[in-house]
Every structure is written in C-alpha cells, then in structure tokens.
Design a protein around this ligand. Structure first.
Ligand code: ADP
Ligand code: MG
Length: 322
C-alpha cells in the first residue's frame, strides 16, 4: 500500500517536472520570414497549414502578386470583396480617422511616385506630388454591397503598413484552432504572444537602429510580454538616397512627401497585431512630439520611440511601456 502511494507520487512528480516541449517552424514569407514557436505536442501539419494561410493571404493583399485582389482592384476591376477584405478596409478607415490621416490605405499612388512600387525613383516635382495627391485620401473610398467604391479611377490601395500585422493575427487564430494556447508568432519582427513559454513569460527585444540598411542590428532592450502584440515601423532599413538625401518608404499622406520624420523607429504594443502595425506606421508619420501627445489620449497603446539627437540614439516611451 505504502509502496503504491510512493509510486503514484513519484509519477506525479515526474510528470510535473517534465519540461514542456517547445517547437519551431519558419519559412520565408511576404519578402521577409515567419517564425512560430509553440508549446505542447508537435503538430506535423503546422508548417503546411501556415504556408497555405499565408499564400491565401498574399492572394488577397499583396502588391507584389499581380493577380492578387488588391492589384486587380488597383487596375480598376470591380470585384465582390471577401469578409476579411471588407473588415481590413473598415479597420484601416477607422485607424485613418483616429490618426487624422497619418495612416492611409490609399497612399499607393504616392508610394509608387517615390519609387517604392515597381518603378524606381525618378525626379519628383511639387507639381507631380500635387497631381498625385488628388488620388489619395481614405475619405475618397467606401464599400457598398461588398464592392469597393472609389471617388475616382486612379485611387489605389496599399496594405503594406497593416497586412503583416493582420497575417500575425490570422496565424494566432490558426494556432488556437489547432488547440494551442502557449505560442509566439513573428512575421518580420511583428510579434504576438499567447500564454507563456514553458511557464515563463515570452521575452521580446526592441532593436536599436543602425545608420545604414546593411548594418548589424543589435537588440538593446528586452522585456516580458504576455498576450499582446508588438509591431515596429522604421525608416532606417527601407529608403532611397539621392544627392545625400534620404527618402523613406513611409509617406506623409497629407503633404505627399516621403516622410523626413525625426523618428528612427516606433514600436507599438496593442492587443492585436493588425492595430499595432498600422499605428506604428502612423506614429512614424506624426513625428516624436505629436506622437507623444497623441499617445496620451490612447492609453490602450504603449509605445517605444527611438530617435537620433546630438550624435546619439535616444528613447521616448509611454509610461505604460514594459
Ligand atoms: P515595414 O513594411 O517596414 O514593416 P510599415 O509597417 O511602416 O513598415 O509599412 C510601410 C509600408 O506601408 C510602405 O512600404 C508603404 O507600402 C506603406 N505606407 C507608407 N506610408 C504609409 C502611410 N502613411 N499610411 C499607410 N501606409 C503607408
Ligand atoms: Mg506598419
């Protein structure tokens, strides 16, 4: 009798001490990578499911797939939009309103003008900017009975500042459907965590930008993050240089100019990665001072802003940033 109690206790202790198995899968996606870490039993179908989720996602939202829904809409085709597409457009419009147009999904013609689309950078004149601005503005589009309505035919969409975040959230849904509660999804640095990693909080690192786009990126600051998403937008990796002047891939939709923000990067923590991604881009457009004022009215977000001043990297952050 005594022995069997001892044996039971031993089995219990052994199972309590068995470390939770941690699995990884990753592959290239959207011109970057995805990396998923999950705890529990290994799922042999995980990689294939993620790959097909992201392929379906590209077929809707990618500007680099000429047969995608967004490219077809940009060419003027009239299509019946999926529920996901409508939801993303509605959320984009709401975020545009919240940021007074700093984030704008109709920025595509300006992105192209500044050479971040398929064409390379040309000489850009003020006249060209003005005429392209006619075709930009989130208030110039709408949805009626599942169809995109454009105020003029030259209006085009670009989900580049929000789609990666949505893809992270979609992957989170997929992992939950497959029965997991403890995992981390990372697509090119846009990250969302659920639960914990073998009983310990997931840890996230914020990178310090380097001067050139090829430079080493060092992680300067790391912190625990549970059941939240973080996205970073920066102008130090993706830019053109002409006559010593830098043109960032982030565009100010109200001026029409490639943004010369005083910020090098902005990391935003939100409940979901779609919002975190879009707000990070919007804050890059707003610049440091406006962003910090705006953030005071948005305690649901936390932000970490890196800027360069007096020859050094400096940080401004909201008090609720971990
Ligand atoms: P990254 O792609 O490096 O993660 P972002 O999330 O900031 O960076 O997205 C930048 C992309 O978003 C640009 O390449 C462009 O396609 C698009 N974009 C640029 N400016 C804006 C803007 N003001 N609002 C919405 N999208 C933008
Ligand atoms: Mg973004």
């Amino acid at each position: 009798m005594k022995n069997s109690v001892f044996l039971l206790l031993l089995i219990f202790l052994m199972s309590a001490c068995r470390p939770t198995a941690v699995h990884h899968c990753s592959a290239p996606v959207f011109g970057t990578y995805y990396a998923v870490t999950y705890c529990g039993d290994e799922d042999a179908g995980m990689q294939a499911s993620l790959d097909s989720l992201f392929a379906a996602f590209s077929a809707e939202f990618s500007l680099f797939d000429s047969s995608s829904v967004v490219c077809r809409l940009n060419r003027g085709e009239d299509l019946y939009l999926s529920e996901d597409f409508v939801k993303l457009l509605q959320l984009s419009t709401q975020i545009s309103r919240n940021t007074h147009g700093a984030f704008d999904v109709t920025v595509a013609p300006l992105v192209k003008l500044w050479g971040f689309g398929p064409d390379s950078l040309r000489e850009v004149t003020a006249q060209m900017v003005d005429s392209v601005l006619e075709n930009v503005g989130y208030e110039k589009i709408g949805i009626e009975y599942g169809h995109l309505i454009k105020r003029n035919a030259n209006i085009q969409l670009d989900f580049g500042a929000i789609a990666k975040g949505l893809a992270v959230d979609k992957a989170v849904e997929l992992l939950r459907q497959r029965g997991y509660t403890n995992f981390l999804v990372d697509i090119g640095g846009e990250v969302r965590t659920c639960g914990s990693k073998a009983g310990k909080p997931w840890r996230i690192g914020v990178q310090v930008p380097t001067e050139d786009s090829e430079g080493e990126i060092a992680s300067s600051y790391d912190f625990p993050m549970c059941d939240k998403a973080i996205a970073t937008s920066g102008n130090y990796r993706n830019y053109h240089e002409r006559d010593g002047e830098r043109f960032s891939h982030i565009i100010n939709p109200s001026t029409g100019y490639s943004e010369r923000s005083d910020l090098l990067s902005v990391s935003v923590i939100a409940a979901d990665c779609t919002s975190a991604d879009a707000y990070a881009t919007a804050l890059m457009v707003m610049g440091r001072e406006k962003s910090m004022q705006w953030l005071q009215l948005h305690p649901e977000l936390a932000a970490y802003l890196i800027y360069y001043e007096d020859g050094d990297f400096k940080v401004a952050r909201t008090p609720n940033f971990p």
